[in-house]
Design a protein around this ligand. Structure first.
Ligand code: SF4
Ligand code: SF4
Length: 398
C-alpha cells in the first residue's frame, strides 16, 4: 500500500543559514529518493524561481536566494548544469522588471556564486505549446529555456494570493510565460474558475519534475506581495506539485480543496490532492499552524452558493489606490488587462494620479499583486462585505 502513496517531504528549518539549510533540503528530498533519482550528469536543470517583483528577501515575496544557491550546488554536485529563470510580473516604462528583480531579490548573486546560468524569460524567446483539455484548446508561448531543460525544478514561495487564495507549486509555473502574456491571459480568462483551470493546465503542460517549496519565511494575509511575512520554518518537496500545494494549504488552515488551482488540477487528474493518498514523514497535525492569516477575499468562497447569488454584489471586491502611499510609478496601469486604471495630471502638473474605474475592473488583482508600494487595497463593494471585512475576529473562525 505504502508505495502507492504520493510522497511529500517536509522538514523544519528556522532560517536560511547555509549548512543547516542544505542538510535540511537533502533530508526533505531523501524522503522520496533524493535529487540523484531525477538529475543525471550533464543535464540542463532549470530552476523556476518565484521572482514576482524586485523585493528584498526579507519581504518574503520571492524565493529566498540561499535556497536557490543550495539547489544550484546540489545540482552541480551531480555533474549537471543549473539554470535559474523566471519572468517577473508587471511592466514599467523601461520594459520588464525581471532583470531588476534578479538583482534586488539576491537571486542573481546567489546563482552566480553557485556557478549557475541566469535566464530572463522575457529575453530568451518562446515556443508555442497547446493543450486540449475537455474539448477546450489552451495555447501558451512558453519561454524557450523551459522547453530545452532536461529537468525542471519548481521553487515556489509559500504565500497567500488575493485571486487564487494561495500561490505555490501550480501558480508558480505562470512565470514560464514571458512578458505581457500573463496580463493578456487575465483578460482572456476573467472568471476565477476559468483562470484557475488555465493555471492548472499550464502546470500540467510544462509539468515540473520536482517542486521544492520555500516555506521558511512565508507570506500571510493579502499576498502575494502586500501581505505580511510569516516565519513558518518549513521546507516542503514533492514530485507531485498538486499534492504539495494541498499539504501546504492544509498546514496553514485552508479547508480541503478550498484552493481552486488545486481543486481544478485534482479534477483534471494532473496530480493527487487527496490527503488519504499522500504520505508525509509525520502526521500532518504536527506541522499545522492555527494563526495563519488567510486572504480576505476567500470569504466569497465560503458562502453557500444560494446565498452568494443573493448577495453577490455585496461580496464583490474592487481594488482601490491609496493616494498617500502611491508613488505614481504607473506599474498598475501597465499591468491592468482591461484598461480599468485611468490617469490624470495632478493640479500642479508634477505627477500622474491613478484611479480605478470599478465598472471596468474584472477583479484580477494584478494591480494589487504588482504595486511596489502596497498602495492598492482590496475593498468589498457592498456594506455587507465591508462589515465582514471589519470583523476580523469572525474571519478567523470560519
Ligand atoms: S498604485 Fe502602486 S503601482 Fe500604481 S502608480 Fe501607485 S505606486 Fe505605482
Ligand atoms: S483594476 Fe486591478 S484588479 Fe481591476 S482589472 Fe485592472 S489590474 Fe485587475
Amino acid at each position: 500500500m505504502e508505495n502507492k502513496l504520493v510522497k511529500v517531504g517536509i522538514e523544519r528549518c528556522l532560517d536560511y543559514k547555509h549548512e543547516q539549510l542544505k542538510s535540511t533540503v537533502i533530508k526533505t528530498l531523501n524522503y522520496f529518493g533524493g535529487l540523484e533519482k531525477l538529475v543525471n550528469q550533464g543535464d540542463k536543470v532549470l530552476l523556476k524561481v518565484n521572482l514576482l517583483s524586485p523585493k528584498e528577501p526579507e519581504q518574503a515575496v520571492t524565493t529566498h536566494p540561499q535556497l536557490v544557491k543550495v539547489i544550484c550546488e546540489l545540482v552541480k554536485e551531480l555533474g549537471a548544469n543549473p539554470i535559474v529563470g523566471d519572468s517577473s510580473g508587471g511592466m514599467t516604462s523601461k520594459g520588464s522588471r525581471t532583470n531588476r528583480a534578479f538583482q534586488i531579490s539576491g537571486i542573481q548573486q546567489a546563482a552566480e556564486e553557485a556557478g549557475a546560468e541566469i535566464v530572463n524569460f522575457d529575453e530568451a524567446g518562446s515556443v508555442e505549446m497547446t493543450s486540449q483539455v475537455q474539448g477546450n484548446t489552451y495555447q501558451f508561448y512558453v519561454a524557450q529555456p523551459v522547453i530545452e531543460a532536461d529537468v525542471i525544478i519548481n521553487l515556489p514561495k509559500l504565500k497567500t494570493h488575493g485571486l487564487t487564495y494561495f500561490t505555490g507549486a501550480v501558480k508558480n509555473m505562470y512565470g514560464v510565460l514571458p512578458g505581457n502574456q500573463k496580463r493578456d491571459l487575465h483578460r482572456k480568462y476573467p472568471d476565477t474558475d476559468e483562470f484557475s483551470r488555465l493555471l492548472s493546465v499550464l502546470y500540467d503542460t510544462v509539468k515540473p519534475d520536482l517542486t521544492i517549496m520555500d516555506g521558511i519565511w512565508s507570506m500571510e494575509g493579502n499576498g502575494p506581495s502586500a501581505g505580511t511575512r510569516k516565519d513558518l520554518g518549513l521546507i516542503l518537496a514533492s514530485k507531485d506539485g498538486v499534492a504539495l500545494d494541498e499539504v501546504a494549504c492544509n498546514i496553514i488552515g485552508f479547508r480541503p480543496l478550498q484552493v481552486k488551482t488545486t481543486r481544478m488540477a485534482q479534477a483534471l487528474e494532473f496530480g493527487t490532492a487527496d490527503l488519504g493518498q499522500i504520505s508525509l514523514p509525520d502526521n500532518i497535525s504536527k506541522y499545522r499552524v492555527d494563526n495563519f492569516q488567510l486572504p480576505d477575499t476567500r470569504f466569497v468562497e465560503m458562502v453557500p452558493s444560494w446565498l452568494t447569488r443573493a448577495v453577490i454584489n455585496q461580496l464583490r471586491t474592487v481594488p482601490q489606490i491609496d493616494s498617500n502611499s502611491c508613488a505614481h510609478c504607473g506599474i498598475c496601469q501597465k499591468s491592468c488587462p482591461v484598461d480599468a486604471i485611468k490617469t490624470q495630471r495632478s493640479t500642479n502638473g508634477d505627477k500622474n494620479l491613478y484611479t480605478i474605474t470599478p465598472d471596468n475592473c474584472i477583479e484580477c488583482y494584478c494591480c494589487h499583486e504588482l504595486c511596489p508600494e502596497k498602495a492598492v487595497n482590496i475593498e468589498f463593494r457592498g456594506k455587507l462585505g465591508k462589515l465582514i471585512n471589519r470583523l476580523q475576529f469572525f474571519m478567523n473562525f470560519i
